[in-house]
Design a protein around this ligand. Structure first.
Ligand code: FES
Length: 901
C-alpha cells in the first residue's frame, strides 16, 4: 500500500469492489471486511495492518458455491433497495453469535442504510422470507418476486458506478471556495503543477463560458441558465474554484492545496427575507434574476380568493418554516469518462437522468449527440440528488482536454458542502372556513430559498403550491411565491419535491383550525379533503413551470387509509387520553396523524420508452431508459413485461439506462417510473404479444388470432393445442415468414393520478429536556396496485424513515460565514438501526385504470406525512403546535418553556 493508505482503498485498488465507500471516517459501515474473522470498518484500518492477517470481503463469504446463510437471509428477505449497504451489513451480521443476537439492532448500529428503514434488514436477521417463489402460470404482477440483481448484490458482484477498474485514469479533485461570496482576482498554479504526477489545473478561463443549469429536466426552459462550469464569481462556500487532474488522488489533492487564489470578498446574504430587502447584496446580474435576488415570482389564482374569504366565518393565518436536509444516498456522486476506441466520449455515471445529462454535455462542449454515450449500471441511491449534472461536466471536459480517462468522486464531506439539498421554505397559510368546518378559501405564500443558483428552484416551489392547495382543494385558491437567491449552497430536487414542506405546513395548519373550531381533527380533514371526481383546481394555474394540465382524482382510498390506520393505531382510544407515563412525571405520550396526497409523474411531460426482443429460446431482452436507483424499477418493469407475455420473471433479461443501447427516458424522478416507463413496457409487451399470436395463428396453428393467448411460456389455443414460445421464436427466426419479433413503445400521460396516504405517529415527549422519542409510525397507503409489494413496502419504510429524519433530527447548519458545520455523519444525524421506532405499512389498494396493471406511484408519498404527524402527536402530548421543523430537543424545549412562561 501507499503511505497512509487505508485498507478500503487498498482492497478496491486490487479489484475487490464489494468493499464500498459511503463515508470517509468509519461512520457508515459500507466498507466492512473481516480481519481474521472479526468485522472492521476498513476505511479506519491502515492497509499495512492487514499484513499477516486473513482478510475476507463479501466476495469471499460464499463457499463451495453456496451462499453464506446471512447472504441467503438477505436474499430471502430482500433486505435492501439500492443494495449499496448490503455487503457491509452482511459482513457485520454474519459474525453475530448468540449473545449478539440478543440485541440485533444495537449490534447493527455501525451500519447505515438510507433506503430501507431497516425493517427488511431486521426481517433478514430474524429469518423472515419476504420474496415469493415464481410459480408457473401465475401472474407476475402483485407478487413479491425477487430483484433480478439480488444475488449479485448480496455476493458483492453488483457493479455500482465506480466499481470498475480504471487503469490509466486521471484523478480529478476540485478546490472549493472558502468564501460565501467572492470574485477571483488571480489564480497561480505553478506550485500546484510542480506536484509529482500533476497533469493539469483548470480554472474558469479554461472552460467554455456558457451559462446553463445543472438541473436535468427534460424541458430545460423551466430552469434558469445561471451557472458556469467554472466561474470567476463564487456564490457559496463549497463552490468550485479550480479542478486538478493528476495520476493519483493524493497528487490531485495536494495540488488543490497549493493553488494560490486571490479573492475580492463580496458581501453575502443567507436569509431569504433579508435578501429581498432593498440594499441587500445582489448575487446575479439582472439578465439572470427576475428582480434583484428574486429569481422568479410565481402567481396562480383561481377566481378571486378575496371573494372566497368573504364567504368564510373565520380566517386563520399562520406561518411555518422548514429546514435544509440532504439526500445522503450512501453512494456518493461518481463518474468515469473516457474516449473509446471509436473516438467517442463515454461517461459512466451515477445519474438519475443519463439522457438529459448527455444533452447537457453536448450543449456545453459543442459535441454532436452521436459522439457521446452516457450510461449507468447499479446506483447506490439518489432520491433526487442525482437529478443534476454535478460531476459529469468536469469529468467529460477534462477527458476531452487531456485525452485521458478521468475519474471523479465526491467525498462524503463534499456531498454536504457542494451537492444538493431540500429547499428551506417559509410558508404562510391563510384559510377561510365556515362555522360548519368547510374550507372555502385558501391562500399560500412561500418564500423559497434557492441558494446560490436557481436549479429546480421554480419547479420545486410550484409543486409546494400545488400540493399545498389541492389536498383540500378550496374552491377559491391563490398561490404566490418568491424564489430567492442567497449565498447558501444550492438546494435541488429531493424526493417529495416541495410536497414535504407544504404538507407539513398544511397539515399542522388544518389541525390548528380543527382545534380552534372544536372539531375532531380527522372529521375536519375528512370534510375537506379531495375526493374521487374532484377536479384539482390549481392544476391548470400551476403546471410545473409550464402550462398546467387539468387533473381529476380518478381513484382514492384515502378514507379507508385513515379508517384502517386509525383502527390499527387505536386512535380513538388514545387521542387526547394517553398523556402520562406511570412513574415518570416528566414524560408525556401523544398520538398524531396527517394525510397526504402526491402525484404520479408529471402530466404531459415525463416520457419513457422501452423495447422488447424475443430470443431463440423464448426468453426476452427488455430494454428501457429508466434508471433503478434502488426503487425496484428493474424488477417492477420486468414484472409488467413478464405478466403480459406469460413468462416467469427469469425470462426477462433487463438492460436499462444507457443512451447508446436503450430507448429514451426523461429520467427516474417524480414518482414516474412504474407509471410512465411501466406504461411504455406494457405497450411494447402487448405489441410483442400480438406479434407472437399473429405468427402462431398464421404459420403454426392456422387459426384465428382471437383463439390464442399466452401463458406459462406457451401460446395456448382454446381447443387445447399449444406451442412453446421457444418453438414460436425458432419458427419465426429460422423457418417461415422469417423475422425478428420485437417492438418498441413510448408512453407519456396527460394525467398524474394521485396516490393517497394516512400517516400516524406515537411519541413520548420529555417535558424537561424537549427530547421527543418516536415510538411508532404507521402509514396506510393507496398506491393503486403494488406491482411488487415487498419492493413497494421497502420504498414506503425507507421513505418514512428519511421523512422521520427531516421531522426529527436532520438539519444542515451553517456558521455565520455560510460554511456548513454539519459535514459528516457525526454532526448530521441519520436514524440508525438501534434508534428505530416500530414501523408498519398497510397497502389499501385501488385499481388505477390509467396505470400499468392498476399501479400509481409510491416512491415519494412516504416523505409527506411524517413531519405533520409528529407535530400532531407532540401537540397531543403537550398541547403545543410547533410550526418549525426539525423537532430537536432545543426547539421543543423552547416551545414548552414559552408556553409555561
Ligand atoms: Fe441500504 Fe440503499 S439499500 S443504502
Amino acid at each position: 500500500p501507499a503511505p497512509g493508505q487505508c485498507l478500503r482503498t487498498f482492497l478496491r485498488d486490487l479489484g475487490w469492489f464489494g468493499v464500498k465507500k459511503g463515508c470517509d471516517q468509519g461512520d457508515c459501515g459500507a466498507c466492512t471486511v473481516w480481519l481474521d474473522g472479526v468485522p472492521y470498518h476498513s476505511c479506519l484500518v491502515p492497509a499495512f495492518r492487514g499484513a499477516g492477517h486473513e482478510i475476507t470481503t463479501i466476495e469471499g463469504l460464499a463457499s463451495d458455491g453456496k451462499l453464506h446463510k446471512m447472504q441467503q437471509a438477505f436474499l430471502d428477505a430482500q433486505a435492501f433497495q439500492c443494495g449499496f449497504c448490503a455487503a457491509g451489513m452482511i459482513m457485520t451480521a454474519a459474525t453475530f453469535d448468540a449473545k449478539a443476537r440478543e440485541d440485533l439492532r444495537h449490534m447493527l448500529k455501525g451500519n447505515l442504510c438510507r433506503c430501507t428503514g431497516y425493517h427488511s434488514i431486521d426481517d433478514a436477521l430474524h429469518g423472515v422470507v419476504n420474496v415469493e417463489d415464481e410459480v408457473a402460470g401465475v401472474e407476475a404482477c402483485g407478487r413479491s418476486l425477487r430483484n433480478p440483481f439480488a444475488e449479485s448484490i448480496v455476493t458483492g458482484k453488483a457493479h455500482y458506478t465506480l466499481d470498475v477498474p480504471a487503469e490509466g485514469a486521471l484523478h480529478l479533485k476540485v478546490l472549493r471556495s472558502p468564501h460565501a461570496h467572492a470574485r477571483i482576482t488571480s489564480i497561480k498554479r505553478d506550485k500546484a503543477m510542480a506536484v509529482p504526477g500533476m497533469v493539469a489545473v483548470f480554472t474558469w478561463e479554461d472552460v467554455p463560458r456558457k451559462l446553463y443549469s445543472t438541473a436535468t429536466h427534460e424541458d430545460h426552459l423551466v430552469d434558469p441558465d445561471d451557472t458556469y462550469v467554472l466561474d470567476n464569481v463564487l456564490r457559496f462556500v463549497g463552490q468550485r474554484v479550480a479542478a486538478c487532474v493528476a495520476e493519483t488522488e493524493a497528487a490531485a489533492e495536494e495540488a488543490c492545496r497549493l493553488i494560490e487564489v486571490e479573492y475580492e470578498l463580496l458581501p453575502a446574504v443567507f436569509d431569504p427575507e433579508i435578501a429581498m430587502e432593498p440594499g441587500a447584496p445582489i448575487l446575479h446580474e439582472k439578465s439572470v434574476a427576475f428582480r434583484d435576488n428574486v429569481y422568479v415570482d410565481i402567481h396562480g389564482e383561481l377566481g378571486s380568493v378575496e371573494d372566497g374569504f368573504r364567504q368564510a366565518d373565520a380566517i386563520h393565518e399562520m406561518t411555518y418554516s422548514t429546514s435544509r436536509v440532504q439526500h445522503v444516498h450512501l453512494e456518493t456522486h461518481g463518474s468515469l469518462a473516457w474516449r473509446g476506441e471509436d473516438g467517442r466520449l463515454h461517461v459512466r455515471t451515477s445519474s438519475q437522468a443519463p439522457f438529459i445529462a448527455k444533452q447537457k454535455l453536448c450543449y456545453l462542449f459543442g459535441l454532436y449527440d452521436r459522439d457521446v454515450h452516457v450510461f449507468t449500471e447499479r446506483i447506490g441511491g439518489g432520491f433526487g440528488g442525482k437529478q443534476e449534472m454535478l460531476i459529469e461536466d468536469l469529468c467529460a471536459h477534462l477527458t476531452i482536454a487531456t485525452g485521458r480517462p478521468v475519474r471523479f468522486e465526491y467525498t462524503r464531506e463534499q456531498e454536504f458542502t457542494s451537492a444538493r439539498s431540500r429547499h428551506p421554505q417559509i410558508l404562510r397559510f391563510r384559510t377561510g372556513v365556515t362555522t360548519e368546518g368547510k374550507i372555502v378559501a385558501a391562500e399560500l405564500y412561500i418564500i423559497g430559498n434557492t441558494g446560490a443558483y436557481g436549479t429546480h428552484g421554480l419547479t420545486v416551489q410550484m409543486v409546494s403550491g400545488f400540493r399545498g392547495l389541492t389536498t383540500y382543494n378550496a374552491p377559491y385558491s391563490k398561490f404566490t411565491c418568491d424564489v430567492v437567491y442567497t449565498n447558501i449552497p444550492t438546494p435541488g430536487a429531493y424526493r417529495g419535491y416541495g410536497a414535504p414542506q407544504s404538507l407539513f405546513a398544511l397539515e399542522v395548519h388544518t389541525e390548528e383550525i380543527a382545534v380552534a373550531l372544536g372539531m375532531d381533527v380527522i372529521e375536519f380533514k375528512r370534510k375537506n379533503w379531495s375526493n374521487v371526481g374532484d377536479a384539482l383546481i390549481m392544476a391548470v394555474a400551476l403546471g410545473e413551470g409550464r402550462e398546467g394540465k387539468p387533473q381529476v382524482v380518478t381513484t382514492s382510498a384515502l378514507a379507508e387509509c385513515v379508517d384502517i390506520g386509525a383502527r390499527a393505531m387505536g386512535w380513538y382510544e388514545k387521542r387526547g387520553k394517553l398523556k402520562d407515563v406511570p412513574g415518570k412525571p416528566h414524560l408525556r405520550k401523544g398520538i398524531g396523524m396527517a394525510i397526504a396526497m402526491h402525484g404520479t409523474g408529471i402530466a404531459g411531460l415525463d416520457m419513457g420508452a422501452a423495447s422488447i426482443k424475443m430470443n431463440d429460446d423464448g426468453s426476452f431482452n427488455l430494454l428501457f431508459g429508466a434508471t433503478d436507483l434502488g426503487t425496484g424499477a428493474d424488477t417492477v418493469l420486468a414484472q409488467i413485461a413478464a405478466e403480459t407475455l406469460g413468462v416467469p420473471l427469469n425470462d426477462m433479461i433487463v438492460y436499462a439506462s444507457d443512451t447508446d443501447f436503450t430507448p429514451f427516458d426523461t429520467g427516474a424522478y417524480a414518482s414516474s417510473t412504474t407509471y410512465v416507463s411501466g406504461g411504455a413496457v406494457l405497450k411494447a409487451a402487448e405489441d410483442v404479444k400480438r406479434q407472437i399470436l399473429d405468427h402462431t395463428a398464421r404459420h403454426m396453428l392456422h387459426c384465428s388470432l382471437e383463439d390464442l393467448d399466452l401463458d406459462d411460456r406457451r401460446v395456448l389455443h382454446r381447443d387445447g393445442r399449444s406451442v412453446t414460445l421457444e418453438q414460436v421464436a425458432l419458427h419465426s427466426l429460422h423457418q417461415e415468414d422469417q423475422h425478428q419479433i420485437m417492438a418498441t413503445a413510448s408512453h407519456m400521460s396527460d394525467i398524474s393520478p394521485p396516490p393517497f396516504a394516512a400517516q400516524f405517529a406515537e411519541v413520548t415527549v420529555d417535558m424537561e429536556t424537549g427530547q421527543v422519542t418516536v415510538d411508532r409510525l404507521l402509514m396506510a397507503v393507496d398506491c393503486g396496485i403494488a406491482i411488487n409489494p415487498i419492493t413497494a413496502s421497502g420504498q414506503v419504510e425507507g421513505g418514512m424513515v428519511q421523512a422521520l429524519g427531516y421531522a426529527h433530527c436532520e438539519e444542515m447548519r451553517y456558521d455565520e460565514q455560510g460554511s456548513i458545520v454539519t459535514r459528516d455523519f457525526g454532526s448530521y444525524h441519520l436514524y440508525r438501526a438501534n434508534e428505530m421506532p416500530e414501523l408498519e405499512v398497510i397497502f389499501v389498494e385501488t385499481y388505477e385504470p390509467s396505470g400499468p396493471y392498476g399501479a400509481k406511484a409510491v416512491a415519494e408519498i412516504p416523505k409527506d406525512g411524517v413531519a405533520p404527524a409528529l407535530a400532531s402527536a407532540i401537540f397531543d402530548a403537550t398541547g403545543i403546535h410547533i410550526r418549525e421543523i426539525p423537532f430537536t430537543p432545543e426547539r421543543v424545549w423552547r416551545a414548552i418553556y414559552h408556553q409555561k412562561s
